[in-house]
Structures are given as C-alpha cells and as structure tokens.
Design a protein around this ligand. Sequence first.
Ligand SMILES: Nc1nc2c(ncn2[C@@H]2O[C@H](COP(=O)(O)OP(=O)(O)OP(=O)(O)O)[C@@H](O)[C@H]2O)c(=O)[nH]1
Ligand SMILES: [Mg+2]
Length: 320
Amino acid sequence: MGLFDFFKKKQETPEAQEALDKGLEKTKAGFLSKITKAVIGKATVDEEVLDELEEILVTSDVGVTTTLKIIERIEARVARDKYVNTAELHVLLREEIQALLAENNSSDFQQFEYSNQKPYVIMVVGVNGVGKTTTIGKLAHQLRASGNKVVLGAADTFRAAAVDQIKLWGERVGVRVVSQAMGSDPASVAFDTVKSAVSNGDDVAIIDTAGRLHNKVALMNELGKIKKVMEKVVPGAPHEILLVLDASTGQNAIEQCKQFTQATDVNALALTKLDGTAKGGVVIGISDQFKIPVKYIGVGEKMDDLQLFNKKDFVDSLFK
Ligand SMILES: Nc1nc2c(ncn2[C@@H]2O[C@H](COP(=O)(O)OP(=O)(O)OP(=O)(O)O)[C@@H](O)[C@H]2O)c(=O)[nH]1
Ligand SMILES: [Mg+2]
C-alpha cells in the first residue's frame, strides 16, 4: 500500500471525518452563527444580506480578495436564480466556495505521486512556533504506519530544546533521528541526514529547520544552502519543500506564505492548529490565492491529528 492509498483509506474513515468536524468546531461556531444571525427576519438574499456576508467572510479570515470572489459568485447566482431563499444561503455558499476552490489549478494530494523517489526528501520550513516539528512527528508516524522507512534530520540547531524535541518525536513514533550538537551548521545536518537515508535505504527523509530568520535575504541564503547540500547527495532533492503555517494567526499566515514563496521554492503547505482557532477560514483564502496545494492540516497535538487536505471535504465540514 503506497502512501497515497494509506492516507486515502485513513481519510475515509468515520473517525477521520469526525476529527475534521471536531477540528473545525471553533471556526464553524463563529462562521455559521454569524450567518444565521445575518439572515434572521430576512426572506431573501438581498443587498443587505450580501453586505453582511462579506463582512462575516472577511472577519472569519477568508481574506478580502477571496471574499470578493465569493460574493461575486453569490451575486451572480442570486441574479440567475432570481429568488434565493435565505434558508438556502448555506448550501449556496458551500457550493460556490467549492466551485471557486476547484477552479484553482492546484490539485488535492490525491493526485500527488511520490513513490518513485527514494529517498523522498522533505524540507520543512516556516516561522517560529507554527508547528513544524510537531507536523514532522505526525507525518513520520503516518509514513511509518504505512510501511515506509523514515529518517528525521534535526537541522534546527538553533537551540538545544529543538534537537531534543525532534528526538523525542523520533522515539515516540519509532524513527531514526540524525542530529549534531546545538549550534552546528544546519546544512551539515541536512547533508548527514540525506546521506544516512541513502545508505540505510530509507524511503523518506524529513528535515526540520529553524524558524528564526530575521529577514528575507538571510532566510533565502540559509534555506538555499541547506537545499544545495542535499541536492549533492540526491539529485532533485528536496523533492518537497513544505511550508508550515499556523492557521490561528489568520492573515499573518497569508503574509508568511507570500514571504516564503518568494524566498524558496515551496511546493506544499501545511496549516496547523485548526482545532484551536475560529480563523479556519484562512484555509479557504490560502487555497484560493496560492497555486501551491495545501497538503496537510493539523487538527490537534497528538500524532494522529494530521490529515490530508481535501478542498471539498473541508468545505463540506464547514457547512455541516
Ligand atoms: N492544538 C494544536 N496544537 C498544535 C498543532 N500543531 C502544533 N501544535 C502545537 O504548537 C506548538 C509549537 O509547535 P512546534 O512543532 O514546536 O513548532 P515549531 O514550528 O517547530 O517551532 P520552532 O521550532 O520553535 O520554530 C506546540 O505546543 C505544538 O504542540 C495542531 O495542529 N493543533
Ligand atoms: Mg521546531
């Protein structure tokens, strides 16, 4: 069973659905109750309802650009269908958001293939505290459970606790961790990790990085250097540059996404901490505005709390 099948199978279980619904509870509570309030005493979706809807979407962190696109679609729909009952607004919104996200070229992870690369190298980037190390631990757990040999690289050498944290995850989920002393060169750790993955016949190598880079040039240089050394060992590596974003930071997550995509070739996104926030609407904004697919979502702190992102399921869950 390949990684994709494993995730897919897992994703389709009632437990996974439940975890997603539960993870989105706070966002849903904010979003749906505001919509319900906006349509109280209204029979049809009129100008006023649309104005309120716009405000609700913006304040739910969907972002202005994406909100305007959604409102435009709802307006067109209302004009076309003439009489739109407020009771149908949820359905309408769900359908139009799904249609909008489907227009984005980025495909859900279901279409993503990786199995022909060995070792498949993932470099994980993102600012301080967004959940990089936790996401790596969760991912390692899932990969291992699907029969892959995984190695982790502790290339966040900035502080001792970072190395200890990833080692702890390694022990917890039963995968090897390659590390050096705190303060050593991150690129050197990345090099060692990929080399070790090759000699050990590992399927996947995941490299943790530090989030503390004060400016874009420093960030670009550092990540560029880490990338380059890995490429020397395995041509084409890193195959995946996964940018981790904390959904609870709302619009900041969108800003970080802009910054990091300019600094390095990010080709996958993970949005974490959805369970702790009412700002889950940011996932809609990010999926709409960036051509890079949201691959994973974090819905809790435990090792099972990482899911593959599926646009349709996500929006279905939001409006359930
Ligand atoms: N509730 C919740 N908490 C999460 C999730 N993902 C990560 N966290 C928590 O967020 C905090 C920071 O996570 P880390 O994985 O240490 O973040 P990091 O990006 O590696 O941080 P630095 O190494 O300091 O840059 C931890 O307390 C995690 O348990 C999630 O999906 N849900
Ligand atoms: Mg970390």
